[in-house]
Write a protein that binds this ligand. Structure first.
Ligand SMILES: Cc1cc2nc3c(=O)[nH]c(=O)nc-3n(C[C@H](O)[C@H](O)[C@H](O)COP(=O)(O)OP(=O)(O)OC[C@H]3O[C@@H](n4cnc5c(N)ncnc54)[C@H](O)[C@@H]3O)c2cc1C
Ligand SMILES: *[C@@H]1O[C@H](CO)[C@@H](O)[C@H](O)[C@H]1NC(C)=O
Ligand SMILES: *[C@@H]1O[C@H](CO)[C@@H](O)[C@H](O)[C@H]1NC(C)=O
Ligand SMILES: *[C@@H]1O[C@H](CO)[C@@H](O)[C@H](O)[C@H]1NC(C)=O
Ligand SMILES: *[C@@H]1O[C@H](CO)[C@@H](O)[C@H](O)[C@H]1NC(C)=O
Length: 639
């Protein structure tokens, strides 16, 4: 009791400090005429509609007030665990049917994506199963399914594609029990109210790209945002001090759709490197890095306004004027935490030329392992100069045999640079490699626009693996300066020699006074010039023991050395280790206390949960195997 009061007093104090800081800016930028909603966002749940139905199932939660701060901590009778299928407290079939009717039939009962491969499902069908097997690694296949996510390890691998239909039974595992294929705001409000009032676990699935499968959960009701596909180009958007081109995007819009729309309208937008990542969902919520970040900042920095359904079911706008605290938290504080975002308005930039470079080098007759890593060190020595010029690099470093290594630049990317400008930037680096005796044939191409550069260079992605596990580190620029570079390089080399696969980015979050960078993006992004993803891999048929060992080595040996050479830095939550130690510091940095306080304020009953999300430390999932956490269990509150 005393602890609870202390905690809520501390939370109130933290919130008060930040409320003071945001008021002045809000008044100065008052603007009432900004267009901000799609037609389907005007279809909202009303008190009258609830009064005509069943308020105990569909009624709103309490309003957000400072008084609510005490609700969670001081309410003794919040159930210990979420309701689970089969429990007496699980909604009855007639409740689900009523819910479905109220949703205009948008409720989907989960059929696992690979059910056709198993005898124990009525969907069993050998031809359909072959289709599943052949498309399993294609991201679109998972994006288009209401419940599948791209990292089956954390689902529990309970329904993997197989051509032996009697090998085992396919079960739901960590997949949600039901999803709602939402096409309007009222359905999202109904889903949130229903889940809160019935104590059913809630998840939000957009594309299923998150590295820790943050979009799934056993026994959950899933809000599936995939069909919210509207893209509206606002050629001359005037709002809150901004005057220029912008896009309004439904939260189901994928990267490639947005890039294509930008190309058609002769502008450039910030998005990720993978074609199917959802822009307005986890990408912006987690911060969002982009080939353009070294020039104009993070994805979250580009947001002018957003629309969101809160945990209490109410629909609000978040921008500099309205709910500035939510505007701050929804841009960096992580997905599935403060509500369901339905649309965002993001700024666009004039078209820019982009020059790209690809090349590869390996160990071999003239290149020893020491020389190979000296080549990687030479690249690191240019990280600051490259990002300061607005350039970005995306590269792979991997062992190919005992003492043999490969480096693949895929690509380096010169934003707003003609070919001659780019060549003069990279010549000192190419000279360094030549000086080490590393010969290579760079392919340098100038493109007239971001979209043409993107389609011309980025390889399509493969997903759905169960033979790897990734972690990541945001290295500040000091790590690549002379004093610390050798130490950093030797920590990196240790991991690669041990079998780790490095997917590296030479990237910074550029300072950009033309956007609002006062948001909750992990502060470690603001200092980094290197973002390194490291994966441990194992044989496809490895036992759990082997997977556990590999994951433990990744987190407690390889990554421990990376953390030791970059104390106080962080990791990127959207491409992070589900086992990350002290994830609060790594993924959120010094913003964690404020984000946590806001979580208690806006979601006092704990409607939203996702692994490593803000406040997730107050929960656990039952039936876990060490080092291979899954969403295949009951979600319960820690005592
Ligand atoms: C192959 C691959 C390439 C990638 N490339 C990049 C890259 O270039 N840059 C980059 O920054 N990241 C990249 N990522 C990471 C990506 O940004 C994250 O996985 C991101 O979380 C995906 O968001 P999503 O909405 O598409 O996916 P989901 O996995 O569906 O959602 C991610 C999280 O956000 C929540 N969420 C989704 N929609 C909403 C919503 N509308 N409201 C509230 N919460 C929501 C979900 O519940 C979940 O917790 C990549 C990932 C993969 C697998
Ligand atoms: C919801 O209703 C629609 C339309 O009647 C129906 O097709 C669908 O199967 C129902 N969903 C569930 C889970 O019963
Ligand atoms: C599948 O489940 C059925 C019914 O519980 C059981 O009889 C059968 O042995 C199971 N099959 C396998 C391969 O586990
Ligand atoms: C596209 O934008 C660029 C940069 O703003 C401009 O120079 C060019 O004229 C535009 N082209 C068209 C067809 O509008
Ligand atoms: C691109 O460079 C031009 C000048 O070369 C500059 O005016 C413009 O602002 C730059 N664009 C961006 C998005 O930085």
């Amino acid at each position: 009791m005393t602890a609870a009061i202390l905690r809520s007093t501390a939370i109130a104090a933290i919130l008060a400090v930040f409320a003071d800081q945001t008021t002045a800016a809000a008044v100065a930028l008052k603007c009432r005429s900004c267009p901000s909603r799609f037609a389907w966002e005007n279809d909202q749940l009303t008190d009258a509609a609830i009064a005509n139905s069943d308020a105990s199932l569909f009624g709103f939660g309490s309003d957000v007030r400072a008084a609510d701060l005490n609700v969670r901590a001081d309410t003794p009778d919040l159930p210990a665990c979420k309701a689970f299928p089969g429990d007496a407290s699980w909604p009855s079939q007639s409740d689900w049917n009523l819910f479905n009717t109220t949703l205009d039939g948008a409720l989907i009962q989960t059929v696992p994506l690979a059910a056709s491969c198993y005898n124990n499902w009525p969907q069993h069908d050998a031809a359909a199963c072959q289709d599943v097997i052949s498309h399993w690694n294609d991201p679109h296949f998972h994006v288009n399914d209401p419940t599948s996510a791209m990292f089956p390890l954390y689902q529990g691998r309970t329904c993997m594609p197989t051509d032996d239909p009697s090998s085992s039974n396919c079960t739901l595992g960590g997949y949600a029990a039901y999803s709602v294929a939402v096409t309007k705001v009222s359905q999202i409000q109904l889903a949130l109210n229903f889940a809160r009032n019935t104590n059913v676990r809630l998840v939000v699935k957009n594309t299923g790209h998150d590295f820790g499968d943050k979009s799934i959960g056993a026994g959950a009701l899933s809000v599936w945002t995939h069909n919210l596909k509207d893209i509206e180009f606002l050629a001359d958007y005037k709002c809150k001090g901004f005057n220029g081109p912008a896009f309004r995007l439904g939260s189901g819009v994928e990267t490639e759709d947005l890039y294509r729309a930008a190309e058609q309208n002769n502008v450039t937008v910030v998005g990720g490197e993978c074609r199917t990542v959802g822009i307005a969902g986890g990408y912006i919520a987690g911060g969002g890095h982009s080939p353009l970040s070294s020039l104009v900042g993070m994805g979250a920095d580009q947001v002018l306004s957003m629309e969101v359904v809160l945990p209490n079911g109410k629909f609000v706008t978040a921008n500099k004027d309205s709910n500035p605290d939510l505007y701050w938290a929804l841009r960096g504080g992580g997905g599935s935490t403060y509500g369901v975002v339905t649309s965002v308005t993001v700024r666009a930039y004039p078209q820019i030329p982009v020059t790209t470079m690809t090349f590869m080098f390996t160990t071999g007759a003239d290149v020893t392992a020491d020389t190979f890593f000296a080549g990687l060190g030479a690249y690191m020595s240019h990280f600051d100069a490259f990002t300061a010029a607005g350039a970005y690099g995306y590269f792979l470093v991997v062992g190919t045999g005992p003492g043999e290594f490969l480096f693949n630049m895929m690509p380096m990317w010169g934003n707003n640079m003609t070919k001659p400008q780019f060549v003069s930037l990279v010549t000192p680096f190419l000279d360094d490699l030549a000086g080490l005796g590393i010969s290579l044939t760079p392919v340098i191409t100038e493109y007239p626009s971001m979209y043409s550069a993107y389609t011309g260079t980025f390889p399509p992605e493969n997903v759905g693996p169960t033979d790897s596990h990734a972690a990541s580190r945001l290295f500040p620029k000091e790590n690549f300066e002379s004093a610390k570079r050798d130490e950093t390089l030797s920590a990196v080399r240790h991991a690669i020699e041990g079998g780790g696969v490095l997917i590296g980015y030479n990237i910074r979050s550029a300072p950009n006074p033309s956007v609002d960078q006062a948001n909750s993006v992990n502060p470690a992004w603001r200092k980094a010039t290197g973002f390194f993803i490291l994966a441990a891999t194992w044989a496809p048929d490895a036992t759990d023991d082997k997977i556990q060992q590999a994951s433990e080595t990744l987190t407690n040996d390889w990554m421990a050395k990376w953390r030791a050479v970059s104390p106080g830095a962080g990791s990127y939550m959207s491409e992070g280790d589900i086992n990350e130690p002290d994830f609060q510091q790594s993924f959120y940095g010094e913003y964690y206390p404020r984000l946590y306080a806001m979580k208690q304020q806006y979601d006092p009953t704990g409607l939203f949960y996702a692994p490593t999300a803000v406040g997730s430390e107050d929960w656990y999932v039952t039936d876990q195997v060490p080092w291979i956490p899954t969403q295949n269990g009951r979600l319960c509150r820690k005592a």
